[in-house]
Write a protein that binds this ligand. Structure first.
Ligand SMILES: Cc1cc2nc3c(=O)[nH]c(=O)nc-3n(C[C@H](O)[C@H](O)[C@H](O)COP(=O)(O)O)c2cc1C
Length: 183
């Protein structure tokens, strides 16, 4: 791959929920994408990523579990109901968590490493022709997600990533140029 091709890949990746919920993604492809998460830079090599792949009915379980938390904390009822089936919108949902470190600084570094790993996954998904979207976990639902996903209770859930084959193309709105202080 040339530098130009890499730049084009990065620029053309879009967050997209235009996903065929019925069309399966092979387990081997998902495994390939998840293996790339681990190639992110990671201070002290703590390997902080925690990953769970939700398919089939487990996606509904995740939604129900999060919706129950939202209902208990008094969230907007239509939003709660929508959440119950939210994760059925793609055939694969990858839950991504970060393990804590042995100090607040290391915990932050772990979080950054996992976020960098998610971008690896998103770019690789795009390179394979998949659509993906990094969704934030619902407020208050960290413990419920850890429980469904089999993560340790101190895991910080950074995202629920929808993955699947695209049904359409998301427009590229462009980006402002970075504001750089050259010193
Ligand atoms: C930490 C993080 C959380 C995000 N959470 C959501 C989300 O909850 N819902 C959503 O639609 N998009 C979410 N996104 C995707 C962003 O909205 C998206 O990246 C942004 O609109 C820019 O679009 P692009 O990814 O196509 O460049 C999230 C992105 C990041 C990095």
């Amino acid at each position: 791959m040339t530098p130009e091709e890499l730049a084009a890949l990065i620029r053309s990746r879009r967050s997209s929920l235009l996903i065929d919920a019925q069309r399966e993604v092979s387990r081997s492809l998902v495994e390939e994408l998840l293996a790339l998460v681990t190639w992110a830079p990671n201070h002290k090599r703590t390997w902080p990523w925690r990953l769970a792949v939700l398919t089939g009915e487990t996606r509904r379980m995740l939604g129900e579990s999060i919706a129950d938390v939202m209902a208990a904390q008094g969230d907007d009822p239509p939003k709660v109901e929508k959440t119950r089936t939210k994760y059925l919108r793609s055939p694969i949902v990858v839950a991504v968590g970060a393990a804590p470190g042995d100090s607040p600084e290391r915990t932050a570094e772990n979080r950054y490493a996992v976020a960098a790993g998610v971008q690896n996954m998103l770019l690789a998904a795009h390179a394979n022709g998949l659509a993906a979207l990094w969704g934030s976990p619902m407020r208050g639902a960290n413990a419920a997600i850890n429980d469904v996903c089999g993560f340790a209770p101190d895991t910080e859930v950074l995202g629920l990533v929808y993955l699947g084959w695209p049904t359409g193309v998301v427009e590229n709105p462009g980006r402002p140029a970075p504001d750089i202080n050259w010193l």
